[in-house]
Design a protein around this ligand. Structure first.
Ligand SMILES: [Zn+2]
Length: 368
């Protein structure tokens, strides 16, 4: 995905991840002392976002935490742009070997935060191996022993906590065992078992599940400004992961899909002359890759016609898919898919004559 420019800052979206279990548990915590928490869930389930949102709610000046979609208190305003003095986000940064500075990761964390301010669901990439080191753990401990300034709590959020070095985890142990009343410690990881047992056994787990399609669609249209059909299709293909959904936005070419849809549907209701005409049109000026792409979309459409609604890639055109299933008849769909993949192979790998191959395919599909 094209990276957004770093000047483009966007506050956190007003978003309900629809994770009722996590919400119920976090809602029960109120604002007394907060046990160490371990936010965990599959990649792309929004654990980091959920942890930041929880921190924002803890710090909020209102009795009932502000909703980001409406007017917010000044604490939430700062939290929404990741500039809250009491919310400390800690990320793994490139390992520097021995002799590292105390807090030598500050520059890297600042860079990550800039990226997150432009896109909260982005994942920082470094060419070197990253980790959370003991110097960072020591800095956290030191900060935890001071009173928060202009905030209720110091909330420390360790993102990708599995990348925390063992000695850093050991250093944190005492703080995790007995956090001061004004400190909240949150670990976020898709891989909780790689944390030391002594750490994870002291944390309350907040489990998140793969995100619902509807939630992903709202993120894609609301936060990424995707159009509704593209969002619907990307969300359907993303298997509950916002990371995948976001990456799919760019790779989803609806023009190819729509061309394929028209051909697959047309072949059952139009004449043989129409089918031959489509083969000529399809081949004209098209290169092998473009034709192979449309053929690929055709097999996805035929597979969608074969499977149940919840498994469909092209969930946004359910009516067309149903019509195709009825027109071909479900028992014939596997043979149709086989045919498409055979011809796709010929076009792409065997240098077959494109219009001849397409004409052959379309007529055979028609007569199936
Ligand atoms: Zn607020």
């Amino acid at each position: 995905m094209a990276s957004r420019s770093s000047e483009e800052r966007r506050p956190l979206p007003a978003l309900d991840l629809e994770q009722p279990q996590a919400r119920a548990y976090l809602g029960s915590l109120r604002r007394g002392s907060i046990p160490p928490l371990l936010f965990t869930g599959p990649e792309g389930s929004g654990t980091e976002f959920a942890a930041i949102e929880f921190a924002r709610a803890l710090q909020c000046e209102q009795d009932e935490p502000c909703w980001l979609g409406g007017p917010t208190c000044s604490s939430c305003l700062r939290a929404a742009v990741l500039e809250h003095a009491g919310i400390h986000l800690i990320y793994p940064t490139p390992t520097q070997g021995s002799g590292e500075d105390e807090e030598g990761d500050i520059g890297d964390i600042a860079k990550i935060l800039e990226e997150k301010r432009a896109d909260i669901f982005s994942s920082p990439t470094f060419s070197k191996k990253t980790s959370i080191r003991i110097a960072r753990a020591r800095a956290v401990i030191q900060r935890a022993n001071t009173k928060p300034f202009d905030a209720r709590y110091h909330v420390f959020i360790f993102v990708d906590a599995h990348a925390m070095r063992e000695e850093a985890q050991n250093a944190l142990l005492k703080l995790v065992e007995e956090p001061p009343a004004h400190v909240a410690i949150i670990f976020v990881t898709a891989n909780p078992d790689s944390l030391l047992y002594t750490i994870r056994s002291r944390c309350q787990r907040v489990r998140l599940f793969p995100l619902k399609r509807a939630v992903l669609e709202r993120i894609l249209t609301g936060y990424y400004e995707a159009d509704a059909p593209t969002a619907k299709r990307s969300a359907a293909m993303a298997q509950g992961s916002v990371t995948r959904a976001r990456a799919l936005l760019d790779s989803t070419d609806l023009a190819d899909r729509d061309a394929a849809l028209a051909i697959v549907a047309g072949l059952r209701k139009e004449s043989e002359a129409w089918a031959l005409g489509q083969a000529l049109v399809g081949a004209r000026g098209a290169n092998r890759e473009a034709v192979a792409r449309v053929l690929n979309e055709m097999s996805v459409i035929l597979r969608d016609a074969m499977v149940g609604e919840s498994l469909r890639v092209n969930a946004d055109v359910a009516n067309d898919i149903e019509r195709i299933a009825a027109a071909y008849g479900r028992p014939k769909l596997p043979a149709a898919i086989e045919l498409v993949s055979e011809i796709r192979g010929q076009v792409f790998h065997a240098n077959a004559n494109i219009d001849g191959a397409l004409a052959d395919l379309f007529l055979r599909l028609k007569r199936l």
